[in-house]
Structure formats: structure tokens, C-alpha cells
Design a protein around this ligand. Structure first.
Ligand SMILES: Nc1ncnc2c1ncn2[C@@H]1O[C@H](COP(=O)(O)OP(=O)(O)OP(=O)(O)O)[C@@H](O)[C@H]1O
Ligand SMILES: [Mg+2]
Length: 231
């Protein structure tokens, strides 16, 4: 009688997320990490605000696309009419579905997940918004999968503005349309993210004078040290 070898237990994938204020370089780093992981033979997916794919499920993908349209392709007048509580809950719905339909199944299948901009920046924006309870904002994201690594790209708002070049009203917290409005608002969001980072474990990088390559190499070093992922 032959004894079949038991399949090796599938190692769970790792979730890596990038946070920071608007223009900090999150999407740039997330895309580079995703590419490097796959190039090194570590299957991974990249999730950002344009992601709608639920693997092997056209119906759920179509549903996620409709939710993306509601949350991210919004008209300014509609956005203002709906108000802050509505947008908090809509964003929580988006993160909830990405987590349940895409992130959790990928991790369980051994695929790594790079999440461009987890909920931390949203939480920071609401924490500096006196019109919405911070406790409520914390609670609507509390059930999401805890990332294995949070990379916090720290850059002052003035430098972020130079990088971005232009910004929307949302990115000044609807406080005005001038550069100083962006800088004042983003620096309060940055201070709040800094507070969150003190709770533990984040890789907090001052990227003010780091070029894209140096940011990537520093993040890659931490993936190797903390997650044993060599890229
Ligand atoms: N280390 C860096 N040094 C200089 N410029 C950078 C660096 N990283 C990214 N950039 C540039 O800064 C701009 C903003 O980068 P990116 O879109 O990655 O930021 P983001 O944090 O995703 O912004 P948003 O919050 O608006 O999505 C882009 O033009 C990008 O090429
Ligand atoms: Mg981005």
C-alpha cells in the first residue's frame, strides 16, 4: 500500500499596506512592491481604489465596480450634498468588501496582498473632523484584517504638494482652494497618522529627501527582515 504524502500546509499570504498623506508616494511604492514580489516568484495582488476584480467571479466583480463608482467616481456637488457621515460609511463599505471578497481569500490561498492606502488615512481625516465622532470612525474599520506590515511614508505637506502639483477640495478638507489650505490640512492629517503609528509595529519612514529607488529599497529590506520575503 502506498502512503500518499500529505500536502504541505499552505503558508498564508502576507498583507502589506502603504499609508501617508496625499502625495506621499503611496501608489508609487505599492506598485513597485507588487511588481517586485511577482518578479521574485512571490505571487501577489495589488489593491487600490481602481481595483474591482474578484477572481473567478464576474458577478461580484461587476458589483464591486458599481460600489467603486459610488465611492470614488463622485461628482463634487453630490459629494457635498451627501455629507461626511455618508462618505465614512460608504468608504467603510468599500474596505469591507475588498477585505472580504478579495483580501481574505487571497491570503488564505497563499497570495500576498499589497494594499495601496489602507483605511488609516481615512481614519486620520475623520479624526481631525470635529463633525464626526472619532470612535465611530474607528469602529467602522475595526473588523478589517490586520496587515502584517504597515509602511508609513512620512513627508511634510509642502513637499507632498510639490510632488502632486495639484489637489482637490477634498484634499484641503474643504477648507479652501489655496496651497496654504492644502498644507495646513495635510499637516494635521500627518500629525494624526503619526499618533496612529505610535500604537505599534509600523515601518515609519521619513521620505522627505528619499528618491523613489531609496524608498523602495528601504521597504524591501524591511520585507526581508520582518516577513522573510526577499525581493
Ligand atoms: N520618493 C519620491 N520622490 C519624489 N517624487 C516622488 C516620490 N515618490 C513618488 N513621487 C511622485 O510624487 C507624486 C505623488 O506620488 P503618488 O501618486 O505615488 O502619491 P500618493 O501618496 O499615492 O498620492 P495620493 O494620496 O494622491 O494617491 C507622483 O508624481 C510620483 O511620481
Ligand atoms: Mg495614490
Amino acid at each position: 500500500m502506498t502512503v500518499e504524502a500529505r500536502p504541505a500546509t499552505l503558508a498564508r499570504g502576507r498583507e502589506i499596506t502603504v499609508t501617508g498623506i496625499d502625495g506621499a508616494g503611496k501608489s508609487t511604492l505599492a506598485a513597485r512592491l507588487h511588481q517586485a514580489l511577482n518578479d521574485a516568484g512571490h505571487p501577489s495582488i495589488l489593491i487600490g481604489k481602481h481595483s474591482t476584480a474578484v477572481p473567478m467571479d464576474a458577478e461580484l466583480s461587476a458589483y464591486l465596480d458599481r460600489l467603486n463608482e459610488v465611492v470614488y467616481r463622485r461628482d463634487t456637488r453630490v459629494a457635498q450634498a451627501c455629507g461626511d457621515h455618508y462618505w465614512l460609511l460608504a468608504l467603510a463599505a468599500w474596505y469591507t468588501l475588498q477585505d472580504k471578497l478579495v483580501i481574505q481569500p487571497a491570503l488564505a490561498a497563499g497570495t500576498h496582498v499589497v494594499l495601496d492606502n489602507a483605511h488609516h488615512k481615512i481614519l486620520a481625516r475623520y479624526a481631525v473632523n470635529p463633525g464626526v465622532s472619532t470612535r465611530l470612525a474607528e469602529q467602522v474599520f475595526a473588523h478589517l484584517t490586520e496587515p502584517d506590515l504597515v509602511i508609513f511614508l512620512r513627508v511634510g505637506a509642502r513637499e507632498a504638494l510639490l510632488r502632486k502639483g495639484e489637489f482637490t477640495s477634498l484634499e484641503t478638507g474643504h477648507s479652501g482652494s489655496g496651497d496654504e489650505d492644502f498644507i495646513r490640512y495635510q499637516n494635521t492629517v500627518l500629525a494624526q497618522l503619526q499618533e496612529q503609528s505610535e500604537d505599534g509595529g509600523w515601518l515609519s519612514l521619513d521620505v522627505t529627501s528619499m528618491d523613489r529607488d531609496t524608498v523602495f529599497k528601504t521597504a524591501a529590506g524591511t520585507l526581508a527582515d520582518r516577513l522573510q520575503l526577499t525581493i
